[in-house]
Ligand binder design. Structure first.
Ligand code: 5GP
Length: 189
């Protein structure tokens, strides 16, 4: 049965599959003849990463990072701490950050600065979802899955208080009826 806290579905399961496949084809064409390092930001981007990576036709490796953003439950402050760092240096590598969602953009801005300082050959971003209305900083996001309205969404890896990641679609969380134990933004998302 569908959870009472869930609102409108923004991205259906078949739309996700179709778009993620198209992104994989585009990335494979753009990186043809090169070897790619995917940097997956835990935990929300894990489902997206695993589907995206299976569609890539270029040689690729994966590494993981976890970050915690400080702020309220709905607003990040832009102060970010690395909770889990990459296992390997990225100097000289072709790096593609795989993110679940870009909201204000402050977390990604921090990540881009931190990784750029390690001197990769190239550094690009692939985000499944973005909320352009909420953006506080302009960022070079090369690959975007879907633009969505200014709503808090869950599913396909995205959580609220660690729930709902397993939904096969992306849906709004009905804020009026959101669970009381709201998720902390201070844990890796
Ligand atoms: P930003 O720094 O861009 O404001 O926030 C980015 C992070 O906030 C995302 O990586 C994600 O963890 C979390 N976030 C932002 N919007 C949403 C949303 O609608 N749903 C969920 N589950 N997380 C979100």
């Amino acid at each position: 049965m569908r959870d009472a806290h869930l609102g409108q579905i923004f991205v259906q399961q078949d739309e996700l599959a179709h778009r993620v496949r198209a992104l994989g084809e585009q990335i494979s064409a753009d990186y043809a003849g090169r070897e790619l390092l995917l940097v997956c930001v835990l935990k929300g981007a894990v489902f997206f990463l695993s589907d995206l990576m299976r569609g890539l036709e270029v040689p690729c490796q994966v590494d993981f990072m976890a970050v915690a953003s400080y702020g309220s439950q709905t607003e990040t402050s832009g102060v970010v701490r690395i909770m889990k760092d990459l296992e390997e240096p990225i100097a000289g590598r072709e790096v593609l950050i795989v993110e679940d969602i870009v909201d204000s953009g402050l977390t990604l801005q921090y990540l881009l600065r931190a990784l750029r300082a390690r001197e990769p050959a190239t550094l690009e971003v692939c985000a499944l979802l973005t909320k352009p209305e909420r953006r506080k900083v302009e960022l070079p996001i090369r690959y975007v899955g879907f633009e969505i309205p200014n709503r808090f969404v869950v599913g396909y890896g995205l959580d609220h208080a660690e729930r709902f990641r397993n939904l096969p679609y992306v849906a709004a969380l009905d804020e009026g009826r959101a669970p009381a134990e709201a998720g902390s933004r201070q844990s890796p998302t």
